[in-house]
Ligand binder design. Structure first.
Ligand SMILES: [Zn+2]
Length: 185
């Protein structure tokens, strides 16, 4: 089984890189890379366009973290989950930093960073939650839902307080009665 993923995410890839040997300027080139993902019956052949650098001074060719991220991108596509760059795009669409997006979504800031860096892949539930947030108006709906939840909780707190006050009065009355009975006895 061979799945081709040829969507170079050029805009996410650094345009300037330095040669790790002579620190000279290196140009960015792309090559189609094929690799096996998974083991046993689950193994599939994936392919991805990977960026690599070529030093203009010494001709040294090298892969860097952008290449790794492109590989991870192909794996995410195969798994049917949002890729790190897609997750970052959702956040940036709302012009939020990680702390703001974490506060609003209820997701952990460190967790978000791991998903965006590709060190951890989100589970299905979180992937679907992120897809909902990515929908037009998704964040607005979440905000509206949070506001009604907050006002509901406030109302509940108020009615609970009132209910408690009544109960306390009843309890006090009861205690007084018991006290009076004891006093009589
Ligand atoms: Zn060089």
């Amino acid at each position: 089984m061979s799945i081709e993923t040829r969507e170079p995410q050029a805009r996410h890839v650094a345009q300037s890189r330095r040669c790790p040997i002579c620190d000279g300027p290196a140009e960015t080139l792309w090559c189609l890379h094929e690799f096996t993902y998974g083991v046993g019956d689950e193994a599939v052949e994936l392919s991805a366009d990977l960026p690599y650098g070529r030093c203009e001074a010494c001709d040294f060719e090298f892969l860097d973290s952008d290449g790794e991220r492109c590989k991870h991108e192909a794996v995410c596509k195969h798994l049917g989950v949002l890729s790190p760059w897609e997750i970052k795009d959702i956040r940036l669409r709302y012009s939020m930093n990680r702390a703001e997006f974490a506060r609003l979504s209820g997701l952990g800031e460190a967790t978000l960073a791991r998903w965006e860096n590709g060190t951890v892949t989100q589970n299905r539930a979180n992937d679907r939650y992120l897809r909902l947030l990515a929908q037009p108006g998704g964040i607005d709906r979440l905000l509206a839902a949070m506001q009604s939840a907050t006002s509901g909780a406030r109302k509940a707190a108020l009615s609970t307080r009132r209910f408690r006050a009544v109960r306390i009065t009843d309890e006090l009355r009861q205690e007084q009665r018991i006290f009076e009975l004891r006093k009589v006895a």
